[in-house]
Write a new protein. Structure first.
Length: 266
């Protein structure tokens, strides 16, 4: 269903806004954003993906050509462009996307002088968020003003952590930033969940990392673990979530299971 028909067809929801965040790059943030959204969509949930990373991997992960875009989230943040006019349909009928392009890279500098600079995203997102069950914000791998905006706009954090050496490196800094935002700007902010990614059950290291992360985060860690999977790596090059590219692959089945676990957490 096109986005323009969503508000008319469905009453306002109490949307859950989750920042998908880790200041380390390459941990599976965009992969989780794209595929968790698709799995929730297949399970009947209406999802908005907001790509806040200048790399735009979530945008291209749904087959959207960034070079063809005339506006993106940058224009809503800094040019007063109506956010509802940025929402694009995707190949998954119940998943919608606000895209990002490389022009967002300049936003960190431009936001410095903006009025209420930390809460711009929260303000503009409030116009549309309750038309969805879930809003996922794919954050950049840094703790600058774009990420601060995501933390202020979100209810909680979903943290992907890869099953690699130094997996927890940087997470302490992220949690410190979360506490700062919680104390000053968003008192309800908390960790919704931690998802382990790129798991290889054949290696001792992967198992050790899972054990270490579970000790650190306790029951915040999802039971579902996302494995290393070739189909997960291939799907973005086809502009599809893995559930459409290889429905029965281990990666697709894992994200479907994770989606059910996310719904159960409320």
């Amino acid at each position: 269903m096109p986005f323009k028909d969503v508000k008319r067809a469905f009453p306002d929801r109490d949307a859950k806004v989750l920042a998908i965040i880790n200041q380390k790059g390459g941990v599976g943030k965009s992969t989780t954003a794209v595929n968790l959204a698709a799995s929730l969509g297949e399970q009947g949930k209406k999802v908005l993906l907001l790509d806040l990373d200048p790399q735009g991997n979530t945008t291209s992960g749904y087959g959207i050509e960034k070079d063809d875009l005339t506006e993106d989230i940058y224009d809503a943040l800094l040019q007063d462009f109506p956010i509802d006019k940025l929402v694009l349909d995707t190949v998954e009928p119940k998943v919608f996307l606000i895209p990002s392009t490389i022009q967002l890279a300049g936003a960190e500098i431009e936001l410095v002088s903006a009025i209420a600079r930390e809460s711009i995203l929260k303000t503009i997102l409030s116009e549309i968020k309750d038309e969805f069950d879930y809003v996922f914000i794919d954050c950049p791998p840094s703790l600058g003003l774009l990420t601060i905006n995501a933390l202020v706009a979100s209810d909680s954090l979903l943290i992907p952590i890869q099953c690699e050496f130094y997996a927890l490196e940087g997470v302490t800094k992220l949690l410190e930033s979360m506490k700062m935002v919680k104390s000053r700007l968003n008192p309800d902010l908390d960790v919704f969940g931690v998802v382990m990614t790129m798991y290889d059950r054949r290696t001792t290291l992967s198992n050790q990392v899972v054990e270490e992360v579970r000790k650190y985060f306790g029951n915040k860690v999802f039971k579902t673990i996302i494995p290393r999977n070739v189909k997960l790596s291939e799907a973005p090059s086809h502009g599809l979530p893995v559930s459409m590219y290889a429905h029965l692959s281990t990666g697709s089945l894992a994200y479907s299971k994770l989606a059910r676990e996310v719904v159960r957490r409320g």
